[in-house]
Design a protein around this ligand. Structure first.
Ligand SMILES: [Zn+2]
Length: 256
C-alpha cells in the first residue's frame, strides 16, 4: 500500500468514526424552556445554575439525534422537554453518554396493549423499550409521561423507568445488572440487594412499587424512579440501595 493511499485510508476511517460517534446536530429548544423545565422537572429544580446549563445542553444534544413521533397525537414542546428530561436524568452523571441503542420514540395518546399497540381493549402498558423488529425504539403513553413528572409523591416516573431499562440494556441484556455502569466489585452486593428488595416487596414490607417484584430488571427500574423522584426519603428508607445507586448513576444528592 502506498503511503499516500494509507494516509487517505486512515483519514476516511477517522472521519467515519467521528461521524458515528458525534450527533450531527443539536436541537433548538422551544421558547420558555427554562420556565417549563423548572415548573415540571423536580430534578432540574434541584440543580445549581451550572448544573441547569449542563442539563439543557444534554437535552439539546438528545433531541438532536433522537426522532420523536406522535401516533394519533401531536408532539408538543412540553412532550419533547419531558421525554428528553427522562433520558438525561439517569445519565446526568456521565457527560459522554449517548443512547446509541435508541433511534425513535413513539408517543401514544394513552396506555396501549403489548400485542398490537392499540389503545383500546386491555391496554395497560404505559411505556416499553422495543426488542426484535422494534429494536432501537421506545413507546411511551403521553398521560403516563405527564403524570410521572407532575406527581412526584408517588415515586413513579414512566419516562425515567424506560430509559433506565435502556441503560440496563447497554450490555445486551435487560436483567437488572447494568454492567456498563457498575464497577465489577459491586456486582455481587448489587444483585443481593435486588433479590432482598424483591423479597421485601413480596412480604408486603416495602414501600417500593410492587411491580418491582416482577424480576430484577423491573426492580432496578422502579427503585431508580424512586431514587430520582424522592432521593431523600429513598436514602432514609433504603440506605444500602441508595449508596450503590449513587455509585451506579454517579450522582449524589446533598440534603440540608
Ligand atoms: Zn419496566
Amino acid at each position: 500500500m502506498s503511503p499516500i493511499f494509507a494516509l487517505v485510508f486512515i483519514a476516511i476511517v477517522i472521519l467515519l468514526f467521528i461521524r458515528y460517534k458525534t450527533p450531527k446536530t443539536t436541537a433548538v429548544l422551544p421558547e420558555g424552556y427554562k420556565t417549563i423545565l423548572a415548573e415540571h422537572v423536580s430534578f432540574y429544580r434541584l440543580l445549581d445554575d451550572a448544573g441547569r446549563n449542563r442539563f439543557e445542553e444534554k437535552i439539546k444534544e438528545f433531541l438532536g439525534y433522537i426522532r420523536i413521533h406522535g401516533v394519533n397525537t401531536e408532539i408538543t414542546d412540553l412532550d419533547k422537554l419531558l421525554i428528553s428530561s427522562s433520558a438525561v436524568i439517569p445519565i446526568f452523571g456521565f457527560p459522554e453518554w449517548k443512547y446509541y441503542n435508541l433511534r425513535d420514540i413513539l408517543v401514544y395518546p394513552g396506555s396501549f396493549n403489548e400485542e398490537d399497540f392499540k389503545t383500546n381493549g386491555k391496554a395497560d402498558i404505559m411505556g416499553m423499550v422495543g426488542s426484535g423488529t422494534m429494536q432501537q425504539m421506545m413507546i411511551l403513553s403521553k398521560p403516563a409521561l405527564y403524570h410521572g413528572f407532575d406527581n412526584i409523591s408517588d415515586k413513579e416516573n414512566t419516562g425515567i423507568h424506560e430509559f433506565v431499562h435502556l441503560l440496563d440494556k447497554e450490555d445486551g441484556d435487560v436483567d437488572g445488572l447494568p454492567e456498563a455502569l457498575l464497577d465489577k466489585k459491586y456486582t455481587l452486593p448489587w444483585l443481593n440487594l435486588l433479590a432482598e428488595g424483591i423479597e421485601e416487596i413480596k412480604k408486603g414490607k416495602s414501600d417500593i412499587n410492587v411491580y418491582g417484584a416482577t424480576n430484577k430488571a423491573e426492580f432496578f427500574a422502579v427503585a431508580a424512579e424512586y431514587f430520582f423522584e424522592q432521593p431523600e426519603i429513598f436514602k432514609m428508607k433504603h440506605a444500602e440501595l441508595y449508596t450503590l445507586m449513587t455509585q451506579l448513576f454517579n450522582k449524589d444528592y446533598s440534603f440540608k
